[in-house]
Design a protein around this ligand. Structure first.
Ligand code: 2PG
Ligand code: MG
Length: 416
């Protein structure tokens, strides 16, 4: 059984040019190294208050090179739960701020990579064991707003889900056409202001609803049928617009009560081919979340991101709020806790989506988690910028390597 021989931290840089943490874990037998695993912590911009806390990257690196290395040495690398339990114990705080959630998530993931490398398996295969796997259905951003684009529009993510696609590769083919069509439409109207943090277009819309109309137009321009071939997914990231008990739509210069926001979103669900809405209400507005799920949850996914912060405990207490959970390893800190949230979701009959953060890197670990754990959806940002494309391309490689051995692509089963 391979043991952890060494753990090393390093300061590296993310897609927003901000410092982040890379970890390397060396595993071996006796004192002979067998394999090294490496992972990088991502970072959010629209974070939930219940998230595990990242600390200054230089401090997090120092913690890896001292307390974490000393604490993990000689542990069995194959026992991910024991490694993660040790990390939690070494930190000793409920929100992981002592060692830093960025230090902890990088080490936890690097350990999984090292273990897979020692077994000479891709990480997804190591996680799946003998189980057959499917590629996850991608949610791909076309327009970016909110905290990722100077709040030029209030809605954070306008995304597409290729509900009629027969494979991951086909989803990307369609998305490429939609992304190009959307850019051309905006450029023609002089409404293209650049590219937001996750690679989606940063648009000059006059209202938030205009983004929906433009998206439907772009899908049609790409020669696809809105609703039948391609559905719309939104991340309202409503915590970001909630102040003093009201939801502020800055673009439209108005503030809405929970009930008014509910009515607006329900009208959008009637009018547009929406299949998924994330964080429609703020993280503490559980009553509104429940009422909305009751109203539209039989037709669309109601996704909790800030609302659940990848916590199995919060999911078990959801009591009818949302029907889908976003899984972000750095929101909770370790792989074991992320997997526990997915297990809790399955037990409660909730769907799940593995998600990247707005600050990302070339690290593609989350693709392996989605495939290996059998999570049927993946959200990685838009269809531009290499920190996004690296992940989509990794999924293509996995699909290619599986060939006919893959389980059927789940898009049509989930959404039609
Ligand atoms: C979200 C994520 C990714 P952030 O809200 O879902 O889009 O954003 O990483 O900034 O929290
Ligand atoms: Mg979100």
């Amino acid at each position: 059984m391979a043991k952890i021989l060494d753990v090393k931290g390093r300061k590296v840089w993310d897609s927003r040019g901000r410092a982040t943490v890379e970890a390397e874990v060396v595993v071996g037998r006796g004192s002979t190294p067998l394999a090294t695993g490496r992972a990088i912590a991502p970072a959010g911009a629209s974070t939930g208050s219940g998230e595990a806390k990242a600390i200054d990257a230089a401090q997090a690196v120092q913690n890896i090179n001292t307390r974490i290395r000393d604490g993990l040495k000689a542990l069995s690398a194959s026992d991910q739960a024991a490694v993660d339990a040790r990390l939690i114990e070494l930190d000793g705080t409920p929100d992981k701020h002592r060692l830093g959630a960025n230090a902890i998530v990088a080490v936890s993931l690097a350990c999984a990579h090292a273990e897979a490398a020692a077994a000479k398996l891709p990480l997804w295969r190591k996680l799946a064991g003998e189980r057959r796997v499917a590629l996850p259905v991608p949610q791909i951003q076309i327009f970016g707003g909110g905290a990722h684009a100077g709040r030029r529009v209030d809605i954070q993510d306008y995304m597409v889900i290729c509900v009629g696609a027969g494979s991951f590769a086909e989803s990307l083919e369609w998305t490429a056409q939609i992304y190009a069509a959307a850019g051309a439409r905006l450029a023609k109207r002089n409404a293209l202001q650049g590219v937001a943090d996750e690679g989606g277009y940063w648009p000059a819309f006059k209202s938030n609803e205009e983004g929906l109309a433009e998206l439907v137009g772009a899908i049609a321009d790409a020669g696809l049928e809105p609703g039948r071939d391609v559905g719309i997914a939104l991340d309202i990231a409503a915590t970001q617009m909630h102040r003093g008990g009201a939801y502020h739509l800055a673009l439209e210069n108005r503030a809405l009560s929970s009930g008014q926001l509910h009515a607006m979103l329900a009208r959008w669900v009637e009018r547009y081919p929406i299949v998924s809405i994330e964080d429609p209400f703020a993280e503490h507005d559980a009553e509104a979340m429940r009422a909305f799920t009751k109203d539209v949850g039989d037709r669309i996914q109601v996704v909790g991101d800030d609302f659940f912060v990848t916590s199995a405990k919060r999911l078990r207490q959801a009591n009818g709020a949302c029907n889908t959970v976003l899984l972000k390893p750095n929101q909770v800190g370790t792989l074991t806790e992320t997997l526990a949230c997915w297990d809790a979701a399955k037990a409660a009959g909730y769907r799940a989506i593995v998600s990247a953060r707005s600050g990302e890197t070339e690290d593609v670990s989350i693709v392996h988690l989605a495939v290996g754990w059998g999570v049927p959806q993946l959200k990685v940002g838009s269809f531009a910028r290499s920190e996004r494309m690296a992940k989509w391309n990794e999924a293509l490689r996995i699909e290619d390597s599986l060939g006919p051995k893959a389980l059927p692509f789940p898009a049509r089963k989930l959404f039609r």
